[in-house]
Write a protein that binds this ligand. Structure first.
Ligand code: G
Ligand code: G
Ligand code: MN
Length: 401
């Protein structure tokens, strides 16, 4: 089996392809395939096997914009780096379009590509594409299978540490569901959350994860008592008028203050049934829970509308955070969101911080808390406890010296 990463480049300039081929031939862990014609690339097997696709935007027969549309139709998974002769608004807007297509744009590169830029790209390839984080996109699970797995308690809570922007201290964690599937290994939420929602069983998952989190907390109070745990609730669960009582009863049973729990609700759909949502959110607040608005910026609500809802925290979606050092339009959105959120008394969390450059940008806008692969990925309860044991003593000893 060939273990080398395959880099595919599509560019109508033969010089560019030759130059890329020469640069890449110096690398041990990668191989290269260049296409001078987009149509040929679309029909090729290489496109499916690519680890990265380098795509020229300006091509005569089939241009980069059309290529991206075809990539989406073919469900191309590989991250894409856009190549262009000049970096301008057109490249940025093309990247936005690709994201709307659900494609992942990792970079925009000026031509000619330098060896250092290429190395940066290869480093991203090594760090960003961990196989355990790659969803198994082909397999679909049935609702009965998922329901049985819930009863067998095959879903477990993973924890992604949240870090205080100013001190670097771990101040909490987001609880993320993982399915320990007997045959398929660790299955990610994108393969079961929607099905659970459609079949009215999502509350079973939330309850199970809340109980697992509270048990972990109760047995490790000495190191966890100061931390806040964020649980994701589906908007669908806000149709259960008894939700606040149910969740607070679970906290009481496991002797954990509700003030240690943050409830995250995604922005999209939230405003559909505002009357009922507000009733439930207000009573969750009265019972002591903290409320967070998740994936902010991806739905249709304005921050003004959200002001009517009793939220404590706003999480800026990772599509704005990721690459904000590079993209001015992302920085403008983050800056404005932070400003308004702070005026409304909300704390801001930046999700999906992967690089030091993006971290510095969000810090400069006064984001209180950050979450992302730059610090920690989602991890098992065991790994999470190890992190807490080591990280916070490190912060203490470095701040004390
Ligand atoms: O964990 P991942 O890394 O893949 O999470 C993907 C998405 O699934 C996130 O948007 C997250 O909000 C959602 N998700 C993860 N765990 C849960 C859960 O327990 N309940 C709900 N409703 N959504 C979850
Ligand atoms: O609920 P929400 O959509 O916010 O869930 C967080 C999701 O983001 C999870 O799927 C988690 O695995 C993922 N995630 C966390 N940190 C990063 C990161 O730095 N980069 C990327 N690409 N995803 C991340
Ligand atoms: Mn979340």
């Amino acid at each position: 089996m060939n273990e080398k990463h395959l880099i595919v480049a599509i560019d109508d300039s033969k010089i560019t392809l030759t130059q890329l081929e020469m640069l890449i031939s110096n690398q041990r862990k990668v191989r290269f395939k260049g296409f001078i014609d987009g149509q040929q690339a679309l029909l090729s097997q290489e496109l499916k096997n690519a680890a990265i696709i380098l795509l020229d935007i300006n091509m005569p027969n089939i241009d980069g914009v059309e290529m991206l549309r075809k990539f989406a139709e073919l469900k191309v998974q590989a991250p894409i780096a856009l190549l262009s002769g000049e970096s301008n608004l057109l490249v940025r807007n093309t990247a936005t379009l690709a994201q709307l297509h659900g494609l992942s744009i990792i970079s925009c590169l000026d031509k000619p590509l330098s060896a250092s830029k290429l190395n940066e790209l290869l480093r991203m390839l090594d760090s960003g594409l961990k196989p355990e984080e790659k969803p198994m996109l082909c397999k679909r699970y049935g609702s009965d299978e998922i329901h049985d797995a819930l009863i067998r308690q095959e879903f477990s809570a993973f924890f992604q540490p949240k870090v205080a922007s100013a001190s670097g201290k771990v101040i909490g964690a987001e609880v993320l569901a993982r399915w320990n599937h007997g045959d398929d290994g660790l299955v990610l939420p994108s393969q079961f959350i929607n099905i659970m929602e459609d079949n009215g069983i999502i509350h079973l998952l939330s309850t199970s994860l809340l109980k697992q989190t509270l048990s972990l907390y109760a047995s490790n109070r000495a190191i966890l008592s100061e931390l806040k745990f964020s649980i994701n609730l589906s908007v669908i669960e806000l149709s259960d008028i008894k939700l606040p009582e149910k969740l607070s009863a679970i906290c009481e049973d496991l002797c954990t203050p509700t003030s240690n729990i943050i409830i995250e609700i995604t922005e999209s759909l939230l405003l559909k049934n505002i009357k009922q949502a507000l009733d439930i959110l207000l009573r969750l607040k009265l019972k002591g829970f903290n409320l967070s608005i998740d994936d902010f910026g991806t739905g249709y609500s304005s921050i003004k509308q959200l002001n009517d809802l009793p939220f404590d925290e706003l999480k800026i979606d990772r599509c704005f955070v990721n690459g904000c050092a590079q993209w001015e339009n992302k920085r403008i959105i983050i800056n404005n969101t932070c400003e308004m959120a702070h005026q409304l008394g909300l704390e801001v969390v930046a999700e999906g911080v992967e690089t030091i450059e993006d971290l510095l940008v969000v810090q400069s806008y006064g984001v209180e808390c950050v979450q992302g692969y730059y610090f920690y990925p989602p991890c098992s309860p065991f790994d999470f406890l190890q992190i807490i044991k080591t990280s916070n003593t490190q912060v203490l000893s470095s701040s004390g010296s």
